[in-house]
Design a protein around this ligand. Structure first.
Ligand code: SAM
Length: 322
């Protein structure tokens, strides 16, 4: 097992199945052009082999499938069928929910029981303004069908000053009523926001600001969360839970256990580092050749983690998937 001086190791793998996306969210894709799949994306089989090798070489226990938008990828079914047989503790998926209802049978059959659905507003016009793709009602229907099929749903909202702050309470109420757990994600200094402090600060909403807003209506208590959780979690007694992924306010680098693999075969040990390590060529090799080389790259990737706090990175969220 590869462990660093702070006792951190890779336990959670996030795979970006494709960089293609049917949205172009303002904070993620500033030029508004929808992303297409990269030409050199790995096949479903190569990605699944990557997961198998990483389970062995790094001790990966949990997998999250992300993107781009994973549900637009033609590789989805083959990939999920393959990773479903690998004995992972947990497989979950992050999606914008646009294709959720359509793909639900496939997800249920593949054993997915937990979904994170990104949704920044319940206002249809603000939705069009932020996501620049898709349709709000389709996402809401998709979540409701997934929930009826027994899926546990977390809703990810990025609060943005001037764009959707008025949606914090409506979204919280909506989620509490339906048993979804709302996760606010503090805006991260990623991609273009890493170099544009003004744009970042103009939009950024902190954990404290969110808590004061919520505190005007609800009493809440801090709740338990796993040691390597990214979110600070709160309980509203008798009503449900919400969380805040507070990259800026409560950095969680000291306990980070995440490893990321891009759709083109690059390992990222840290979102805040521009270092990445190519493993695409190892995935054609037999296990006994691939694993030692992979272990050397994993040592480097673990060394890329920040000591204390996320400081921003040129790495683009739309490619690597959050
Ligand atoms: N398409 C999928 C989705 O919408 O969930 C997966 C990819 S998307 C990049 C993953 C998550 O990253 C979304 O919840 C999105 O809101 C979030 N995200 C993108 N850029 C961000 C940023 N700069 N700061 C915080 N969250 C960001």
């Amino acid at each position: 097992m590869i462990v660093d001086r702070q006792g951190r190791r890779f336990r959670n793998l996030r795979i970006s199945l494709t960089s293609a996306c049917n949205y172009a969210c303002t904070y993620c894709v500033p030029n508004g052009k929808r992303l297409v799949a990269a030409q050199d994306e790995l096949s479903a089989e190569a990605m699944a082999r990557g997961v198998a090798y990483l389970i062995e070489a790094a001790g990966i226990e949990r997998l999250r499938i992300t993107g781009g938008e994973p549900l637009v990828s033609p590789k989805l079914e083959a990939f999920m069928t393959a990773v479903g047989k690998m004995g992972l503790e947990d497989i979950s998926l992050t999606t914008n929910g646009q294709l959720l209802a359509k793909k639900l049978p496939l997800l249920v059959n593949a054993g997915i029981r937990r979904l994170n659905v990104s949704l920044d507003t319940l206002d249809a016009s603000a939705f069009r303004g932020i996501a620049r793709g898709g349709d709000l009602a389709t996402v809401l229907d998709g979540m409701s069908e997934a929930s009826a099929a027994g899926m546990k749903i977390k809703v990810n909202m990025v609060p943005l000053r001037g764009q959707n702050l008025d949606q914090v309470m409506p979204l919280l109420d909506y989620c509490l009523e339906r048993g979804y757990e709302l996760r606010f994600i503090e805006l991260m200094r990623m991609g273009h926001l890493a170099n544009d402090s003004n744009a970042f600060l103009q939009q950024f909403v902190s954990l404290q600001q969110l808590l004061s807003l919520i505190g005007e209506r609800y009493e809440y208590l801090q709740a338990d969360a796993p040691v390597d959780a990214t979110a600070v979690r709160y309980e509203i007694p008798g009503q449900g839970y919400f969380g805040v992924i507070a990259n800026e306010s409560v950095p969680f680098c000291r306990t980070c256990s995440r490893l990321r693999l891009s759709s083109t075969g690059w390992l990222h040990g840290c979102l805040s580092s521009s270092n990445r390590h190519y493993i695409g060529d190892l995935l054609d090799k037999p296990r006994h050749q691939a694993l030692p080389a992979l272990q050397r790259l994993l040592v480097k990737a673990l060394g890329d983690k920040q000591e204390v706090a996320f400081s921003g990175g040129a790495t683009v969220m739309k490619i690597i998937g959050g």
